[in-house]
Design a protein around this ligand. Structure first.
Ligand code: ADP
Ligand code: MG
Length: 332
């Protein structure tokens, strides 16, 4: 009898609100979602919705899958304009906006050179490959026609990779799906791109920015709510070549080689598509030009670890700056 009563007490607790989590390997990285829901059935639907969005973006934009819509473009778009899905068109349009804004530091046609690197095998492009690729890295060679929703590449050999923007876009789609289901508190991450919805009830979430040179360590902890944060680092996919140089996955489009100005760049924005593209952009631009760009944009902030390991903050994160999301999160 006493045992039965104990069960009676437990049952109502088990259907109370709780955090629900799921992680999967997708888009070449770890995708995870954590959300607060008072109904386990709703939580299950919400987590399924997150991964459905991720799967869809992966299906369209994975450059390693020959069946993806992006791979079709890379094979065919130099021959004739191809009609693409609204999602792919949208991401390409945003990518080109960031190319224009950064004077080409962000350029998804970097892949014309990027395709010749293999970070696992320690392979870099030959001189001839690099020379040829440099003529093909130019976002103006990607021609979008908004009326027809078509994409064409102006010359043969242009290759596009959306690795610097698609994960952020996917995170936003997942968050939009959660909002549509009435979820108010969640965090969705795809590798270095995260978006936080709401808070932890009575306090903001604390997000750590990884230390670029100390594995499993953080260089900064920052309290955040209702914000996206993306970090681009030279420690994600890299090898050290015979000359002792770090060869990594973020390329300077003007050289086709790894950009060495900083160790990491983190960007805060309302939406992850923006924080993702801007973290890669800021990484390539370096401290001075990167902060100048970030400070010129409304509602965007950045934390940069320079080549010597020193931290730099955008104006909005400096003491005495007008309130930012991060400040608001600190208030009781
Ligand atoms: P991560 O993929 O580690 O989260 P990023 O958001 O910085 O980090 O994305 C790095 C990816 O961006 C690279 O793997 C590559 O696909 C792409 N990329 C590299 N250089 C550039 C560039 N100059 N412009 C646009 N995309 C780039
Ligand atoms: Mg990025």
């Amino acid at each position: 009898m006493r045992f039965l009563c104990f069960i009676c007490l437990l049952l109502p607790l088990s259907v109370q609100a709780d955090w629900h989590r799921e992680s999967r390997d997708l888009m070449g990285t770890r995708v995870s979602a954590e959300l607060w829901a008072d109904d386990p059935a709703l939580a299950e639907r919400a987590l399924a919705a997150v991964f459905a969005e991720m799967d869809e973006v992966n299906r369209l934009m994975n450059p390693w899958d020959p069946e993806s819509e992006l791979s079709g473009l890379n094979r065919e778009a130099h021959r004739a304009p191809l009609r693409v899905s609204p999602a792919l068109f949208d991401v390409l349009e945003r990518a080109i906006e960031y190319s224009q804004l950064s004077d080409g530091a962000f350029d998804v046609s970097f892949a014309s050179a990027g395709q010749h690197y293999d970070y696992r095998q320690g392979v870099t492009p030959s001189q001839a490959e690099l020379r040829d690729a440099l003529g093909k890295i130019n976002y103006t060679l990607i021609r979008l026609d908004a009326d027809r929703q078509t994409v064409a590449y102006a010359v043969e050999g242009v290759q596009v990779d959306l690795g610097g923007i698609a994960k952020g876009y996917a995170v936003d789609r997942a968050i939009d799906a959660l909002l549509a289901l009435g979820i108010e508190s969640a965090v969705v991450s795809a590798g270095g791109d995260s978006r936080i919805l709401g808070n932890l009830g009575d306090r903001p979430r604390t997000i750590g920015i990884r230390h670029p040179r100390k594995k499993d360590d953080f260089i900064v902890m920052i309290p955040l709510e209702d914000t996206a944060i993306s970090t681009s680092g030279d420690y994600e996919r890299f090898f050290i070549d015979e000359q002792g140089r770090r060869v990594h996955h973020i390329l300077d489009p003007s050289t086709g080689k790894s950009s060495g100005k900083v160790q990491s760049a983190s960007v805060l924005a309302d939406r992850a598509v923006d924080s993702d593209a801007l973290s890669t952009t800021t990484f390539v631009l370096g401290v001075e030009k990167g902060l100048a760009l970030i400070n010129s944009l409304e509602g965007i902030d950045a934390i940069i670890v320079d080549a010597r390991g020193l931290l730099h903050y955008s104006d909005g994160l400096m003491p005495g700056a007008p309130p930012t999301d991060a400040d608001a999160a600190n208030k009781p």
